[in-house]
Write a protein of this length. Sequence first.
Length: 328
Amino acid sequence: MPRRAEWSKDAVRLVAARQLGLITSAQLTSLSVPRSTIAWSEQVGGMFSWVLPGVHRFEGSGPLTRDQENLASLLCGGFGSMLSGARALELYGVRAARRRSFGGDQWALVLVPHERKRSSREFVRIERTLWLPEPRSLGLVLAAPPARAAMDAARACTVEDDVRALIFEVVQRGITTPEALSDERIRGQIRGSRFARLALEEVFAGVRSVPEGDVRRIFESRGVTGLLYNPMLYLPDGSFLCSPDAYDPLTGTALEVDSREHHFSVQSWEATMLRHGRMTAAGLGVLHSPPSRITRQPDDVVDEFCRTQSSRLGWVPTVVVRPSSPAA
């Protein structure tokens, strides 16, 4: 009778401990653990439990953590795979990626080489791709670069404002650049990229947030052109004055979109009042609007801006204007 292979539970525990309690079938085979032992243990609720094809949990119970799911997804994808989409962006600290519309609560997107035969199962969504970027190491996880992850997340989302919020955040916080996002959009699938394309058009126009983008849209829908969005305004002595959300350089009319969140603290409210005073002292015509009014009363916002423009015809602003950089 053939002698059964001997294996060390301590050796298995050591490998699993380095992988958040997870271990692959290949690793178990290399440690001489019989497949029959694994199958029997999983059936009776023993030391091994099935997670994904080729991935097991050792001496653990209860729901997997988000980190365990992410690592298990990569172990299932195999060598060269990487996390992308919303879950990768979460690891980069992108707040907008946590919105339900991106699907991060339900599944993890894993990119694998196109020639590899893998299929989506449970909480992992496999995407075979001809274009695998150079991954970034984020702890135990390999993740796609932020631009690729953002575009993959955007293509999977059907809520336009959520895509806009995502694109604006990664650019505004310097997580990636508009140019890198544009390159990824052109290089990747066109299907599902419309919202990202529209958001990038806003970014290159100087828009930094969804409310500011809404301002640009309502002005353009009314035929109000020639405005600058988030330009940098300086006083004649070279000192920085402000960066209004929308600005008419011919009449010095400025619109500031002030959210309630920004004014929760006394310090924020006082800073806004100080900036308003400096802008007025420099001769600008300053209007303020909360984001909710832009949504509910867009025509009133445009009409007030246009009336202010008309009242200031012939006015020559003394400020120096520098257009906003998309990543500013």
